[in-house]
Design a binder for this molecule. Structure first.
Ligand SMILES: [Zn+2]
Ligand SMILES: [Zn+2]
Length: 245
C-alpha cells in the first residue's frame, strides 16, 4: 500500500508522532514548526502532530510549507488538567474550564474529539522522584491494579504507553494499565528539540490524512505504539514480542 505524506516505505502502515512541542506555542521548546516538518521529511515519518501546552495551533500558517515538504501535519493540544497532562484532539481552541478533566471530556464529546492520558506514570513509580509530583505516594511497579483505578482512565479514549521522555519502566507500566483496561495504545516523542522528533511513533493501519481520520482510527483502536524509526528505520511495536513491521 502506498502511503501519503513523506511515505515510509518499509511497510503498509502509517507512522505519526502524536506529541510534539514547538517554540511557537511552548516556551520550553527550542524547535520551530518548520524544523519539525523538515525533520519529519528527513526521517521518513508519515505525519507529525503538533501539540502545544494549553494552546491549539492555527495550522493554516504552515500548512503550505508542510504540503510542499510532503509531510502530513495535524494538530492537537496538551491540556494541563487537575489529574495530569491530557492530549486533546478535535477541539478548535482552548476553552475555559477544561483544566477539569470532566469538563474537557464534555467539550471533547461535543465535537467528537479524542482524549489521551499522556505519560500517566512519569515520576510516579520511583520514590526518589516523587518531589516532581507533589510528593504523592508512588505506585507499586509490580501491581497495576491500583493505578488502573485512577479517574483519568475512565475519561480518556487512549493511553500514551510510549512517551519519548519517560523511562522504560514508566512506559511499561502505562502499557500494562492500558491493556488491563482495554484502552487504545499510542506513542508520542514529547519532543522539545529536533533530534528526538519521531523517536517513538503511533502506528496506524491506514493513512490518517486529517484530524478526523486520526481520531476515528484511535477511537477504534486501530493503532499501536512503535519505535525504531530513528534507529534503523524498522518499526517494532511496543509490548509485542518479535513484532517487526
Ligand atoms: Zn506532558
Ligand atoms: Zn508534552
Amino acid at each position: 500500500m502506498a502511503l501519503s505524506g513523506s511515505g515510509h516505505r518499509n511497510g503498509p502502515y502509517f507512522t505519526i508522532d502524536l506529541h510534539l512541542h514547538t517554540s511557537r506555542g511552548s516556551s520550553d521548546s527550542n524547535v520551530s514548526p518548520q524544523q519539525v516538518i523538515t525533520r519529519a521529511r528527513e526521517i521518513g515519518i508519515s505525519a507529525v502532530c503538533i501539540t502545544e501546552h494549553d494552546h491549539m495551533w492555527d495550522v493554516q500558517e504552515v500548512q503550505d510549507f508542510a504540503a510542499q515538504a510532503g509531510v502530513v501535519l495535524l494538530r492537537g493540544m496538551e491540556v494541563t488538567t487537575e489529574v495530569g497532562h491530557v492530549g486533546a484532539f478535535g477541539l478548535d481552541r482552548y476553552v475555559g474550564g477544561i483544566y477539569r478533566l470532566k469538563e474537557l471530556r464534555r467539550v471533547a464529546d461535543d465535537c467528537g474529539g479524542l482524549l489521551i492520558a499522556n505519560h500517566p506514570f512519569r515520576y510516579r513509580l520511583d520514590p526518589k522522584l516523587t518531589f516532581f509530583n507533589n510528593h504523592e505516594e508512588p505506585f507499586d511497579p509490580n501491581d497495576v491494579s491500583k493505578a488502573a483505578e485512577q479517574m483519568v482512565f475512565s475519561l480518556v479514549d487512549a493511553v500514551e504507553v510510549l512517551n519519548g521522555c519517560c523511562s522504560e519502566e514508566e512506559n511499561r507500566f502505562a502499557l500494562e494499565v492500558a491493556r488491563k483496561l482495554g484502552l487504545a495504545e499510542v506513542a508520542g516523542s514529547d519532543s522539545h528539540s529536533v533530534d528526538s522528533v519521531g523517536c517513538v511513533c503511533t502506528v496506524l493501519e491506514a493513512p490518517a490524512l486529517s484530524e478526523r481520520a486520526l481520531i476515528d482510527a484511535i477511537k477504534a483502536a486501530r493503532c499501536g505504539a512503535g519505535r525504531g524509526l530513528l534507529h534503523d528505520g524498522n518499526i517494532t511495536l511496543f509490548g509485542v514480542p518479535n513484532q517487526a513491521l
